[in-house]
Design a protein around this ligand. Structure first.
Ligand code: ZN
Length: 122
């Protein structure tokens, strides 16, 4: 499956919430927030919904062929979605603008002092 986003992301971030840790199998998930209206997705990813740390419903998508996490959509802001940065054609260009849900960050994760941190979602 492939996707194209017509515009630059609204934000780029690292999320340290427990649900992102579980869904990524890593200490945090890094992604790009984009407007849903700017996205063209070809192929149908598999989806599931979970109760996020915020208490709201999050719908996560992953590739049915390789299992890679792809997208997350939340019920709080249905007009935006996040894209997991490793799925970009050129992920080396990714640079996070902020860290969120640092209240549940693993104590051994080194947070960059160059970007703002938020204990929960800003
Ligand atoms: Zn998260």
């Amino acid at each position: 499956m492939r996707y194209i986003c017509a515009r630059a992301p609204v934000a780029t971030l690292n999320c340290h919430c427990l649900d992102c840790q579980r869904s990524s199998g890593a200490p945090f998930a890094s992604g790009l927030l984009v407007r849903v209206s700017e996205m063209t997705i070809s192929g149908t990813p598999k989806t599931y919904s979970v109760r996020a740390s915020s208490g709201r419903l999050a719908t996560r998508s992953f590739c049915s062929a390789c299992g890679s996490p792809l997208f997350t959509r939340g019920e709080t802001a249905p007009e935006v979605m996040s894209i997991r940065f490793p799925t970009l054609d050129n992920p080396s260009g990714f640079e996070p603008m902020l860290d969120i849900w640092t209240s549940s960050a693993q104590p051994w994760v080194c947070l960059s002092q160059a970007i703002p941190h938020y204990p929960q979602s800003p």
